[in-house]
Ligand binder design. Structure first.
Ligand code: GLN
Length: 304
């Protein structure tokens, strides 16, 4: 039996003494208020046992990690029609790049870059009665945690400075791939990015992706073939232009956010979340990536 608690404690100890911690995101002003000293990690195994260390109980802005959840909800509502409006190829570009979008006629490369998530939000706005509330309820239900909320200040902060997301949304709209108006779609996008969860909560949300679509309470939320596709997209596109590096170093499907969170999973085995707000120059958590590399190397557990 692997002693997960011991391994996680060792990883947290090393992270706490690390000098090079990366840079906390400041392009969304509200995010810059968080200390780079934070580090949390939680691993939840398939039997529901959880192992934590550091600031694992502190909530942070999950930002782009929410794109996986939006994709899951939209896939459930729209089925395979979804893939007519967004691709499944890695972009090899930063998360907010616009050039490919113009070259490829407003069809974003994948649902985990900003442009792709904006198209996904358009689908949710069309399909849900009260998009923000219904999406939040979906996340609360899969985690069985009604305390999960949006962070109003973070959402408003990004709304004021999200110029590139406005540019992407208008470009998509100009190609006819956005049905609703830009303000309404981006309102959902900014709110979904502002979801605040701790590592301990995040692993409960992502449990369905390692457990064939069934949540901790054993209720089915997604079909097995949908989980297969979403995990494949996380593996190939979850870390923008560092997806190759993450597969190489860590070897798990996962997703990062500029709030410094990373969630990753090994199907049927475990789901793990890390939080360290300092980012590397690709916008992924510096110590989070290092921690997960250590986890899969020390345990010998990865998809490879
Ligand atoms: N809300 C952020 C943005 O649109 C999300 C980016 C991220 O986490 N990579 O820029």
């Amino acid at each position: 039996m692997i002693d997960f608690q011991h391994i996680i404690d060792t990883i947290a100890k090393e992270a706490n003494t690390a000098e090079e911690r990366g840079k906390v995101a400041s392009y969304i002003p509200e995010l810059s208020k968080v200390s780079a000293k934070k580090f949390g990690i939680t691993l939840l195994d398939a039997d529901g046992n959880s192992f934590s260390a550091g600031d694992s109980n502190e909530r942070f802005s999950i930002q782009s990690i929410s794109k996986v959840l939006a994709l899951a909800k939209a896939f459930d509502l729209e089925g395979d029609h979804l893939w007519q409006r967004v691709g499944v190829e890695p972009s090899g570009d930063p998360f907010n790049h616009l050039s490919l979008l113009e070259m490829e006629n407003g069809i974003p490369r994948n649902p985990l870059i900003n442009a792709g998530a904006i198209v996904i939000c358009d689908i949710l706005v069309s399909k849900l009665n009260a998009p923000k509330q219904d999406f939040l309820t979906f996340v609360q239900q899969i985690a069985d945690d009604p305390t999960i909320t949006y962070d109003e200040a973070v959402a408003q902060s990004e709304k004021k400075t999200g110029f590139k997301n406005y540019a992407a949304a208008y470009l998509i709209k100009s190609y006819g791939n956005l049905t609703n108006d830009v303000e309404t779609v981006l309102d959902l996008y900014f709110y979904m990015c502002s979801l605040t969860l701790s590592c301990e909560q995040l692993v409960k949300v992502f449990y369905i992706f390692m457990n064939h679509g069934k949540c901790l309470r054993n209720q089915h939320y997604l079909k097995i073939y949908q989980i297969k596709r979403i995990n494949a997209i996380m593996l190939t596109c979850g870390f923008y232009d560092e997806a190759g590096e993450f597969a190489f170093e860590v070897g798990l499907p996962g997703k990062s956010g500029v709030g410094g969170g990373i969630v990753a999973l090994l199907p049927n085995e475990f789901c793990v979340a890390t939080w360290s707000p300092g980012l590397n120059d690709k916008g992924n958590s510096k110590l989070g990536m290092r921690a997960l590399e250590k986890l899969t190397t020390k345990t010998g557990l990865s998809i490879f």
